[in-house]
Design a protein around this ligand. Structure first.
Ligand SMILES: *Cc1c(COP(=O)(O)O)cnc(C)c1O
Length: 223
């Protein structure tokens, strides 16, 4: 764990974004053991998130003193392991998944806050709604029982082209503001280790950061 980086990121976030909003730092904890995650929490990290259901199930009861989110692709047959157990699901990327989460909410009699995942660069390899189909999807999703749509999650392309990142981030914020007029939105989840500063400058209020806090991931050790 990199205490220096965590401290810098938390200080950066504490200054808020250009829209005067509070910025939440979500620690992306894939492949990281629970004791190290708990050390980051002791150092001030307030929200942590897994992106794989199995890993979430292994670690969730070992995490102490932080809010837990889910940020990865979720299969409909696994929603039962996540619904009602995390305070926010960032990664609702299809109508089918939204409906499955809602069904599980009804079954468990719980509300589930979610974000709609937007594939802002229209990349073929990434899941999520394209910006153009999102308004219609929102109309359908907002009618589903017990789902609380709190905003959008953007997957930005992996690129060092900061002009492009800036352009897409601003586009996302414009899009978020437009939907915010109609829906009770609070959260725009956008930005990771490599681009969180740009994302926040352009209006993100929630960043998902893994490697800067926890170091490069070693996928060999785990699984
Ligand atoms: C791993 C992950 C992140 C964080 O990635 P880093 O580049 O390590 O900061 C953010 N969002 C999702 C969905 C992730 O799976």
């Amino acid at each position: 764990m990199n205490e220096e980086n965590l401290k810098k990121i938390l200080e950066f976030a504490a200054r808020g974004n250009a829209f005067g909003e509070k910025v939440t730092v979500v620690g992306a904890t894939k492949t990281i053991p629970a004791d190290i995650i708990n050390r980051a929490i002791a150092d001030g990290l307030k929200v942590v998130a897994e992106n794989k259901v199995n890993e979430f199930r292994e670690k969730t009861d070992l995490i102490r003193g932080a809010e837990q989110h889910f940020i990865g692709h979720l299969q409909t047959n696994k929603v039962k392991y996540i619904v009602g157990k995390v305070s926010l699901i960032h990664s609702v990327d299809s109508l089918k998944l939204a409906a499955a989460i809602s069904d599980e909410c009804v079954k468990k009699k719980v509300e589930q806050p979610i974000l709609i995942q937007i594939n802002v660069g229209n990349e073929e390899t990434k899941s999520g709604f394209s910006p153009s189909e999102t308004e219609r999807a929102m109309e359908e999703i907002s009618r589903l029982p017990l789902l609380k749509v709190k905003g959008l999650m953007a997957m930005l392309p992996k690129t060092e082209n900061t002009l492009l990142l800036r352009e897409l981030s601003l586009q996302m914020r414009g899009f978020y503001d437009k939907l915010k007029e109609k829906y009770d939105f609070t959260t725009l989840s956008m930005g990771m280790s490599s681009d969180y500063k740009i994302a926040v400058e352009c209006g993100s209020n929630t960043v998902r950061i893994g490697s800067l806090i926890f170091g490069e991931r070693n996928y060999e050790v785990k699984k």
